[in-house]
Design a protein around this ligand. Structure first.
Ligand SMILES: Nc1ncnc2c1ncn2[C@@H]1O[C@H](COP(=O)(O)OP(=O)(O)O)[C@@H](O)[C@H]1O
Ligand SMILES: [Mg+2]
Length: 205
């Protein structure tokens, strides 16, 4: 495009610019993920905690993602135990955790599977004894058991995920956020297939 001596059609130019724009977007995502993780690890910005209902927050995120899931032919369901699931937390940060988990489900859950019977993603919030649990599960190809311990590592990307967009930082960011709230996040293989992410947070008193 820069070399004026090379003739390019409008169509060519559009195509080239399109891939330049895509690359810039990828770079932008990678940079903001890196900065986010660096900021979290440096603890320069503290959590802005307030008493909030994790069930309401999760329901909101699910509603926000619903159109994108519908467009991919994936079913997205939300469930919660009756009543509020109070946590003392930074709502914006927890939203980021959910965005990462739902974003992953959206991108990775389907895999190469075109089986119309599959493609179910479930988000559930359970308020229990002193704990609040958030579960995000899908019935996609899942994660190889050898990879499972590494999914929360920085830059880890599964073989199957290589072609999908992403920096491999989403789950590292999610773990950092959850741990800073005094909680845990884990990934399990589901039977017969799929993956289950469980976020466990202390309930607000
Ligand atoms: N729902 C899922 N199903 C299958 N694999 C997943 C799922 N969520 C995450 N993964 C695996 O974990 C890796 C790390 O996820 P993440 O940190 O969000 O990075 P990214 O999404 O940028 O690849 C992914 O590359 C993928 O291999
Ligand atoms: Mg991701």
């Amino acid at each position: 495009l820069l070399d004026q001596t090379v003739p390019t059609s409008t169509e060519d130019r559009r195509r080239y610019l399109n891939s330049v724009a895509k690359a810039a977007e990828r770079m932008d995502r990678l940079l903001s993920d890196l900065l986010e993780l660096a900021r979290l690890e440096a603890r320069t910005d503290g959590l802005e905690r307030e008493r909030l209902d994790l069930a309401a927050l999760a329901r909101n995120c699910v509603e926000r993602f619903a159109p994108a899931f519908a467009q991919k032919g994936l079913a997205l369901h939300f469930g919660a135990t009756p009543g509020a699931a109070w946590v003392q937390a930074d709502g914006h940060r927890l939203e980021q955790v959910l965005d990462n988990l739902l974003g992953n489900a959206l991108v990775h859950a389907r895999g190469t599977d075109t089986d119309p019977e599959r493609g179910q993603v479930d988000v559930n919030v359970f308020a229990g004894e002193g704990r609040v649990e958030l579960v995000v599960e899908d019935d996609g190809p899942g994660i190889d058991s050898a990879d499972l311990p590494h999914v929360f590592d920085r830059f880890f990307r599964g073989d199957r995920a290589r072609s999908a967009p992403g920096s491999g930082l989403g789950l590292a960011i999610a773990r950092e956020i959850v741990q800073r709230h005094g909680g845990t996040i884990s990934a399990q293989q589901r039977t017969p297939r799929g993956v289950r992410f469980v976020v466990d947070l202390p309930a607000a008193i």
